[in-house]
Design a protein around this ligand. Structure first.
Ligand code: FMN
Length: 200
């Protein structure tokens, strides 16, 4: 089968993306509104793009009613965000925190997660996360106003908050981090089954 993407609906295209690009890492974006309300949401359209400067990005897709996600509005206003890693032990709370709450509702409280204040930016993070990036906004790339149009939020990591238990001689122990990746639908993956190949 050979498919011209212009023949696909947004929903059909989305299914190709989430089924075909899997597993996807998950970033838990922590932001704060202009009114001082904490916000937390998981994003799997997420990755790293540069190590010097250290640039990471994630994309917010508008709500079905066309409204911006709270995370995007908060990043526009505050120009910063935290990214907390999602370890398997926190996966239930992660799923709960994806609820579409109103801007005045705090997902930390809703998901039984304890927030902590980032040290150098005005944003909260997940206290129990083993790895947290504190980011300043680099730029937002908007792909339009139509249904499914993403807003790619790029940030520069200014500080890293890593738990000593997963940091070994300059390396992140990804086994101990035990991250969860998103597949399609309600499916997730761990990295517990892995292998090594020497390059060349
Ligand atoms: C594992 C997981 C990954 C998600 N990835 C994305 C994503 O990449 N982009 C997006 O817009 N929404 C994504 N969502 C949905 C958002 O987390 C959800 O819409 C959330 O309510 C947004 O919150 P906010 O309005 O507070 O920003 C994901 C949900 C889950 C459970």
């Amino acid at each position: 089968m050979y498919i011209d993407t212009s023949t696909l609906s947004n929903k059909e295209m989305y299914k190709f993306l989430i089924g075909g690009i899997a597993p996807r890492p998950i970033a838990w974006a922590g932001t704060r509104s202009k009114d001082g309300i904490n916000n937390l949401a998981p994003f799997s359209f997420y990755n790293a793009f540069s190590s010097s400067p250290p640039i990471v990005g994630f994309s917010t897709i508008p709500r079905l009613d066309g409204r911006k996600k709270d995370t995007l509005q908060n990043v526009i206003d505050s120009e910063c965000f935290t990214l907390s890693a999602v370890s398997h032990k926190l996966v239930k709370q992660m799923s709960k925190s994806a609820a579409l709450l109103e801007p005045e509702d705090d997902e930390f409280t809703f998901s039984d997660l304890e927030p902590s204040d980032a040290k150098n930016i005005n944003a909260p993070y997940v206290k129990d996360a083993l790895l947290v990036f504190e980011c300043e906004l680099n730029q937002i790339i908007s792909f339009g106003d139509q249904e499914g149009a993403g807003n790619l939020i790029l940030g520069e990591i200014k500080h890293i908050n890593i738990d000593d238990s997963i940091y070994d001689d300059g390396y992140v122990d990804f086994g101990k981090l035990d991250p969860v990746g998103r597949l399609a639908g309600n499916w997730y993956a761990t990295i517990r089954d892995r292998f090594e190949i020497k390059r060349g």
